[in-house]
Design a protein around this ligand. Structure first.
Ligand code: PLP
Length: 281
C-alpha cells in the first residue's frame, strides 16, 4: 500500500524510521484518526485543525499548510482506493540524539496510512458494556498526544473485564473514555464533560452537540459522577471509529432498561443522515 512520508507518497516497504525518532523514544508527537466514508474524509477540516492545534501545544511546527496536508491525505486515500475506512496521521518531533529537551534543529517526521474499516453496525445496534477505571493520565488530555500509555492501560483493564470501553473517572467525576467521549441522558437532557484540559475535545463530540441543537435536545456540558452515570436513563460514547455507541451496562449494572435509549437512537439516525448529506457519493 501507499503511505505518506512527510510530503511524499511511498510504498510502505520503503519507510525507514530512525531508532532515535522522538516519537518512538518519548511519544513526542501527535496524531489524528480521520474516518473515510465513500472515499471522502469525514470532518477533515476539523481533524486537520485539531492536528495543527495539538502540534502547536507541544511546539511542533508542521512544515506544510493545512490545505497541502488536506490534499496529501486525499491523494493517499485515492491512491489506496479506500472506500470505507480511516486514515491515521502522526507527526513526531523527529530524529535527534536521545536527550529529553528539544533538539536545536528539529525536522518533524510525518507518517500517514490508510486502512479499510467497516462501521461497527451490530454493536451500535445492540450497545456495548463499559467498565469504570480510575483516570490516571496527565493533565493535558486536550492534546492528541502519541503518549497513550494511560489510555492503553485503562483499555486493557476494561478489555480484561469483558468490556468494550473504559469509562475513566478522576475521583468521582467521569471524564471520558480511553479512546472516546462519554455522555449520559437524564430526563431528556444530555450531559457530557466540558471540553477542558481533562478530556480530548472529540470531533464526533462537536458533531453530536450540533445534532442535539438541531433535534432540540438540551445539552449541558457539565461533568457528572460515577453514581450519576449509573442513574442515567441512557448512556453512550462517541469517537471517530465507534461513532455513537450505546453503553447499556456499566460494571455489570444495567443503564435505563439495559438497551439503547430513544434519544441515543435519534442521534444515531441524525448522525447517519448527516453522513449522507456531507458525503459526496
Ligand atoms: N477521547 C480520547 C481520549 C480519544 O482518544 C478519542 C479518539 O480516539 C476521543 C475522545 C474521541 O475523539 P474523536 O471523536 O475526535 O475521534
Amino acid at each position: 500500500a501507499w503511505i505518506l512520508h512527510n510530503d511524499t507518497l511511498i510504498q510502505e516497504e520503503e519507510l525507514a524510521i530512525s531508532k532515535e525518532d522522538r516519537g518512538y523514544q518519548f511519544g513526542d508527537g501527535i496524531y489524528e484518526v480521520i474516518r473515510i466514508y465513500e472515499g471522502n474524509l469525514f470532518t477533515a477540516k476539523e481533524h486537520i485543525d485539531r492536528f495543527y492545534a495539538s502540534a502547536e501545544k507541544i511546539k511542533i511546527v508542521i512544515p506544510y499548510t493545512k490545505d497541502v496536508l488536506h490534499k496529501l491525505l486525499y491523494d493517499l486515500v485515492e491512491q489506496n482506493e479506500i472506500n470505507n475506512g480511516q486514515v491515521y496521521v502522526q507527526i513526531t518531533r523527529g530524529d535527534a540524539m536521545r536527550q529529553h529537551h528539544f533538539p536545536q534543529e528539529t525536522s518533524p517526521v510525518m507518517v500517514a496510512y490508510t486502512k479499510t474499516v467497516e462501521r461497527p453496525k451490530e454493536m451500535m445496534e445492540a450497545g456495548v458494556h463499559g467498565t469504570f477505571i480510575e483516570d490516571m493520565r496527565w493533565l493535558r488530555c486536550d492534546i492528541k498526544s502519541l503518549n497513550l500509555l494511560g489510555n492503553v492501560m485503562a483499555k486493557q483493564e476494561a478489555h480484561e473485564a469483558g468490556s468494550y470501553e473504559a469509562i475513566l473517572h478522576r475521583g468521582e467525576v467521569v471524564t471520558e473514555g480511553s479512546s472516546s467521549n462519554m455522555y449520559g441522558i437524564k430526563n431528556g437532557i444530555l450531559y457530557t464533560h466540558p471540553a477542558t484540559n481533562l478530556i480530548l475535545n472529540g470531533i464526533t463530540r462537536s458533531v453530536i452537540l450540533d445534532l442535539c441543537r438541531n433535534l432540540g435536545i438540551e445539552v449541558q456540558e457539565t461533568a457528572f459522577t460515577k453514581e450519576q452515570a449509573l442513574e442515567m436513563d441512557e448512556f453512550f460514547m462517541s469517537s471517530t471509529t465507534a461513532e455513537i455507541m450505546p453503553i447499556v451496562r456499566i460494571d455489570g449494572q444495567e443503564i435505563g432498561n439495559g438497551s439503547p435509549g430513544e434519544a441515543t437512537r435519534k442521534l444515531q439516525q441524525a448522525f447517519e443522515a448527516n453522513l449522507k448529506l456531507t458525503v459526496k457519493m
